[in-house]
Design a protein around this ligand. Structure first.
Ligand code: PHE
Ligand code: NA
Length: 516
């Protein structure tokens, strides 16, 4: 077996893992989720989900990854097969490949908008579009939904190509020379930019004391942090909180496992996993919560901010923020920082999404690294066309729902059952604690074995009933979008089928080789 790649340094590994977790989810998805789901009250189910789902799954995924790596597997089919010798296990693992791949297709497109908007900030392209309608129209013309500032989708297409190229160039350079190097540059820069922006926001005070004395940063913080306990009885906010924890920590995707497979057998998991999770939470709850919402409250007041949050993450990031930058001295500079920050957060996550598939093609098919990277780059380029051209018909939303929201929980459920019940919790615990630099409280043994799986099951069932079935039946979809939504499902089905067939072929080849 060819020697597998390794992480170069411990700090590099931690930065790469943190880069995987810290993404657009921290700066765009989190503030919107918090604002939509009861502000401070959201933080209670959020914290519970962090403790009972996030942390346990973080350790479990690191352990699965390091264990699989020992047998030369960097993707879930091989990892599951190593833990559970049953024909079905590799197909359950295929779900891990599917999820990260589908997310990559739409996530890189959004990432490319952030690159474009950092350019539009520094060149003041959108300066002059000072109302919500005007700025929304700027964004939509960029996305090719209407013709206004931009007469065609060409600029968006160009930035999409550039973004894909950078992603696959980094992936081509490999684990330590590519991903680790990127993380070592992008993560410290991201921190610096975020801190500059937070300082700018908290020192804003009350921008317009004469006309709007109660529009200030403090009211924004109060809005995010004031708990509305009456909302705690609503199952919806518990589901939203669990969904956010999953998405933001990158659990249930197969990417943490892929990264962990490049550890050495006795490398620490306990402390590194915990550091990754805490870094992500710091960036999310402290930095992410202190930029977009408080600044919107200071310039538009709480009521409008609530409206903005209802309009979703893109509305907050790409419409309301650019309007605010136009009101700030040196706004083009702060806009540049904000969007570049998002780009760095995005790219350190998107490279992670491709890694399981790259590892799969190399290790299970014996394709060279260069070919594997090129093949995936080409496939993503093909699939992304649909997202680009059918954006307004909800192609992206459909993929985000089934892969980026629902799929994760399903995969995590399979994963934890295989780990804690089939592989066995005693062996599992030994894996998690091997080489550990901290002592994990024994209670996590029981949490991982009983609480996390039950919690997941509970979420799964609630989700099915409340959300997934109505979504599947397209209850709130505009009739003209229905065919496109089916198109998105067909595309996902195709991707899934291809992955399943590849897994089947890979194992058949292996059985042949071993003469079984
Ligand atoms: N955790 C990332 C974020 O918060 C998203 C992500 C999804 C990363 C899937 C890797 C894999 O934006
Ligand atoms: Na995150």
């Amino acid at each position: 077996m060819a020697k597998r790649e390794r992480w170069g340094t411990r700090i590099g590994l931690i930065l790469a893992m943190a880069g995987n977790a810290v993404g657009l989810g921290n700066f765009l998805r989190f503030p919107v989720q918090a604002a939509q789901n009861g502000g401070g009250a959201f933080m209670i189910p959020y914290f519970v989900a962090f403790l009972l789902l996030g942390i346990p799954l973080m350790w479990v995924e690191w352990a699965i990854g390091r264990y699989g790596g020992k047998f030369g597997h960097g993707s879930a089919p091989g990892m599951f097969d190593a833990m559970w010798k049953a024909p079905i296990s590799k197909y359950l693992g295929a779900l891990g490949l599917f999820i990260s791949t589908v997310i990559m297709v739409y996530y890189t497109y959004i990432e490319s908008w952030t690159l474009a908007f950092s350019f539009f900030s520094i060149t003041k392209a959108y300066f002059g579009e000072t109302t919500f309608d005007a700025m929304r129209s700027f964004l939509q013309s960029y996305q090719g939904i209407e013709k206004n500032y931009f007469q065609s989708i060409l600029p968006a297409y160009f930035f999409m190509c550039v973004t894909l190229f950078i992603n696959f160039f980094i992936l081509y350079r490999g684990i330590s020379r590519g991903i680790e190097m990127l993380a070592k540059i992008a993560m410290p820069t991201l921190f610096l930019f975020a801190i500059i922006l937070v300082i700018r926001v908290v020192t804003l005070g009350t921008p317009d004391p004469v006309n709007h004395p109660d529009w200030n940063v403090e009211s924004g913080f109060a809005f995010i942090w004031n708990p509305d306990f009456s909302k705690l009885g609503d199952a919806k906010i518990w589901l939203a909180a669990a969904g956010q924890i999953f998405f933001t920590l990158s659990v249930g995707m197969g990417t943490l496992q892929a990264y962990a497979s490049y550890l050495r057998e006795s490398d620490d998991i306990a402390l590194s996993g915990l550091s990754t999770a805490s870094t992500n939470e710091f960036v999310e709850v402290i930095l992410g919560a202190s930029i977009a919402i408080p600044v919107a409250a200071a310039f538009f007041g709480i009521e409008t901010t609530q409206e903005i949050a209802k309009g979703g993450a893109f509305n907050l990031g790409f419409v309301s923020m650019p309007i605010i930058f136009q009101k700030l001295p040196f706004g083009e500079f702060f806009g540049f920082l904000w969007f570049l920050l998002l780009f760095f957060a995005g790219i350190t996550s998107s490279v992670a999404m491709a890694q399981p598939l790259i590892a799969f093609l190399k290790e299970e098919f014996g394709i060279s690294h260069g070919r594997a990277t090129a093949l995936i780059g080409f496939s993503v380029f093909v699939a992304i066309q649909f997202v680009v051209f059918f954006l307004k018909h909800g192609f992206l939303d459909e993929m985000d729902y089934w892969a980026g929201t629902f799929g994760l929980v399903l995969f995590a459920l399979f994963e934890i059952i295989i780990f804690a019940w089939i592989f066995g919790m005693d062996k599992g615990w030994a894996e998690i604690t091997k080489g550990a630099d901290i002592k994990i409280p024994r209670i996590f043994y029981y949490i991982i074995k009983y609480i996390t799986p039950l919690y997941l099951l509970f979420i799964m069932i609630n989700w099915l009933v409340q959300d997934a079935i109505p979504t599947f039946l397209m209850k709130d979809v505009e009739p003209e979008d229905v065919p496109y939504r089916w198109g998105a499902r067909a595309l996902m089905f195709l991707i899934f089928t291809i992955i399943i067939l590849m897994v089947k072929t890979a194992w058949a080849k292996r059985a042949n080789k071993m003469g079984v």
